[in-house]
Write a protein that binds this ligand. Structure first.
Ligand SMILES: NC(=O)c1ccc[n+]([C@@H]2O[C@H](COP(=O)([O-])OP(=O)(O)OC[C@H]3O[C@@H](n4cnc5c(N)ncnc54)[C@H](O)[C@@H]3O)[C@@H](O)[C@H]2O)c1
Length: 278
């Protein structure tokens, strides 16, 4: 622990569990006061209770403007200011294996939470930060925004929107000393990766193993991400070490988006050799 966030106040949305909770713990260890914002009231309150006076929970739905505005005011009242907003809350929406059958039942929710949510956060946190000498706004995008793929097209589109939004907000808010960046996690072991209703608790670990095994082939570093990997990237971008960094998307994906992991050339050469009887 080096006290990198000493004296700072942070809001972390989606902070009750997963990557958000890992960031809450790390930011606190580094000296920040942290408001955990989530719709999961019991889980969020328990976490804040466990962490002591430096943490507070505020039930907030990031897709509702009035709740986001109230969240920013809560952080300022509770801890005397707001320096960092980590808009990390997200939902994936139900995977639809056949886009031609997409019924868009979760489309509005996905867009509202994953894209409108961070925009609302940037507006209300930005209003406070602009009057108070600046700050840092971070959002969790996704590696799935960086290349095409099956099944979760609205989610991919919303997360691609986050990356676009980040660049424009960095330009718009730079004049106030507000830095705006995003992080794109690759497959990371959290409850989101088993996104199915009604999964029995005792099956959760096993389903996560299955889900992670299926994604492993895309990971050059040979391991999946952990919530702590993402929290470390968020800490870096929130800290003064990143004082000259704004408008970027930082992939934290074990190389998943570096390129095609299949060694196609070797396969072609082997096929040529077979064809030519060499
Ligand atoms: N797990 C992965 O592999 C992965 C990969 C890329 C990106 N992401 C992104 O990382 C972020 C964190 O996800 P996670 O993997 O920790 O999953 P998670 O499901 O454990 O955490 C998401 C949190 O967001 C909260 N949330 C959902 N809707 C909300 C709303 N309307 N208002 C406030 N809070 C809300 C949930 O209650 C939950 O606590 C998300 O934005 C997600 O899209 C995850």
């Amino acid at each position: 622990m080096t006290g990198e966030l000493d004296g700072k106040v942070a809001i972390i949305t989606g902070g009750a569990r997963g990557m958000g909770a890992a960031a809450v713990r790390l930011f606190l260890q580094e000296g920040a006061k942290v408001v955990i914002a989530d719709i999961l009231e019991d889980v969020g309150r328990d976490l804040a209770g466990e962490l002591g006076d430096g943490a507070a929970f505020r039930k907030s739905d990031v897709s509702k403007a009035e709740e986001v505005e109230a969240l920013v005011n809560f952080a300022v009242d509770q801890f005397g200011g707001l320096d960092i907003l980590f808009s990390n809350a997200g939902v994936m929406g139900d995977p639809q294996p056949d886009f031609l059958k997409e019924d868009f039942t979760t489309f509005v929710q996905t867009m509202s939470v994953d894209l409108l949510g961070p925009l609302l956060g940037a507006k209300y946190a930005g209003q406070h930060m602009a009057k108070n000498g600046g700050g840092c706004i971070l959002t969790t995008a996704s590696s799935s925004a960086l290349y095409g793929g099956h099944s979760i097209i609205p989610y991919r589109a919303a997360k691609a929107g986050v990356i676009g939004m980040t660049k424009s907000l960095a330009i718009e808010l730079g004049q106030y000393g507000i830095r705006v960046n995003c992080i794109s996690p690759g497959p990371t072991r959290t409850e989101m990766t088993v996104a199915m209703d009604g999964v029995p608790q005792e099956k959760l670990e096993r389903l996560q193993d299955i889900s992670m095994e299926k994604m492993m082939g895309r990971m050059p570093l040979g391991r999946l991400g952990t919530p702590e990997d993402i929290a470390q990237a968020a800490l870096f971008l929130a800290s003064d070490r990143a004082a000259q960094i704004t408008g970027i998307n930082l992939p934290v994906d074990g190389g998943e988006t570096a390129g095609n992991t299949e060694n196609t050339l070797t396969k072609i050469q082997a096929a040529f050799a077979e064809e030519l009887g060499m």
